[in-house]
Ligand binder design. Structure first.
Ligand code: SF4
Length: 296
C-alpha cells in the first residue's frame, strides 16, 4: 500500500552537480518502483514520512511556471532521485505538465526512466530540441526484475517503448546499471535492446549503507551461492570481477561497433549526488495546502 500526498513546492528546478546537466527536476518525492538497490532513499530525510522508502509518494504541485529566460537551451534531467514515470504519473500528469513547460522553454531534456509510460509523452518529447530518453536496466531477466525492481515496467514493455521512441526519431540509450555481481547479464541486456538504442552506459553496483542489509538478505535467500562473491567484492574490496567484466564489455563493443561507456569505479553522470538546492517541500507556501493523503 502506498501513501500518496500532494505537496506544494516553490519550484520544480534544482541546480545540478551532474556533469553536463544544469538542472534536475524530480516531480515526486519517493518512488513506488521499489528497487532493492535504490540509491535515492536519502530523500526520506527531506520528508516527514515514517513509511519505508517505496511506500510513500509526495506529488509535487508548483504554481510558478518554468521560464525560457532561465531554461532556453539549458540541460535539464528528469529525474535523478525518483522515476518521473512512476505508475501514479498516469493519474497526476505532473511530468507531462512539466514537459509542456519545457517545450515552451525549448530546454535540452534528458529523461531517465524504468517505465514504458514515457511513450505517452512522445508528442511532447518530439517538440524538444536535443531530447533523449535513457532506459535503465539492471537485468533483462523478467523473474529477477520482479524480485529486485517490482514496480517497474516489464522487460518486454521497456523494449517496446524503446522501439516506439526510435520510430519517433527520439534518441535512446541504455543505462545498464546497477549491474549486480553474478545476477545481471550485461550481454543479454545489450543483445535484446541493441537494435533500438544508440548508446550504452554501464555501471557496477555501488553498495550503499542504506540498502546493504536488505540486499545481502536478498542474496542470502535467493542466490546463496553468490555470498562468497559479494563478500570478496564488498567486504574485501577486490575488483577483479569488475576488471574482467569491463574487459569483456570493451572487447564486445569493438567487435560489434557499439557506442558504449563503462563507468566501473568512476563517477558517472548517473552517480547521483543530491543536488545542493534539492529541498523538495518548502514550508508555508500559501494557497496550496497539502491534501489528505490517499491510500492505494
Ligand atoms: S526507479 Fe530509480 S528512484 Fe525509483 S526505486 Fe528504482 S532506483 Fe529508486
Amino acid at each position: 500500500m502506498i501513501r500518496v500526498t500532494t505537496v506544494p513546492v516553490k519550484t520544480y528546478l534544482a541546480k545540478s552537480k551532474i556533469p553536463g546537466t544544469h538542472y534536475v527536476i524530480n516531480p515526486y518525492v519517493g518512488c513506488p518502483h521499489k528497487c532493492l538497490y535504490c540509491y535515492a532513499e536519502f530523500m526520506r530525510k527531506f520528508s516527514a514520512h515514517q513509511e519505508p522508502w517505496g511506500d510513500f509518494l509526495d506529488v509535487k504541485l508548483c504554481s510558478t511556471p518554468l521560464h525560457p529566460s532561465q531554461l532556453f537551451h539549458q540541460h535539464v534531467m528528469l529525474s535523478s532521485v525518483t522515476d518521473p514515470y512512476n505508475p501514479f504519473e498516469k493519474k497526476y500528469e505532473i511530468t507531462r505538465n512539466i514537459l509542456k513547460q519545457l517545450v515552451h522553454c525549448q530546454a535540452y531534456v534528458s529523461v531517465l526512466t524504468k517505465s514504458a509510460l514515457v511513450v505517452r509523452d512522445i508528442d511532447l518529447l518530439k517538440k524538444l530540441p536535443n531530447c533523449n530518453v535513457t532506459f535503465s536496466f539492471s537485468t533483462a531477466d523478467e523473474k529477477v526484475r520482479e524480485l529486485i525492481e517490482p514496480g517497474t515496467s516489464s522487460t518486454e514493455e521497456k523494449i517496446n517503448a524503446l522501439k516506439e521512441l526510435q520510430q519517433s526519431c527520439i534518441p535512446t540509450a541504455i543505462m545498464a546499471a546497477p549491474l549486480l555481481p553474478g545476477i545481471s547479464d550485461w550481454k543479454e541486456i545489450v543483445e535484446r535492446t541493441a537494435s533500438h538504442v544508440g548508446s550504452f552506459l554501464f555501471d557496477s553496483l555501488n553498495m550503499r549503507a542504506t540498502f546493504q542489509r536488505k540486499l545481502m538478505d536478498f542474496i542470502d535467500v535467493h542466490f546463496p551461492h553468490l555470498l562468497p562473491l559479494y563478500n570478496e567484492i564488498y567486504l574485501q574490496g577486490k575488483r577483479t570481477y569488475w576488471y574482467k567484466m569491463q574487459e569483456e564489455i570493451e572487447t564486445y563493443a569493438k567487435e560489434h561497433n557499439l557506442d558504449m561507456e563503462v563507468f566501473f569505479g568512476k563517477e558517472s553522470a548517473f552517480s547521483f549526488a543530491p543536488a545542493e538546492s534539492e529541498n523538495p517541500i518548502p514550508p508555508n507556501v500559501p494557497d496550496m495546502g497539502p491534501t489528505q493523503p490517499q491510500l492505494f
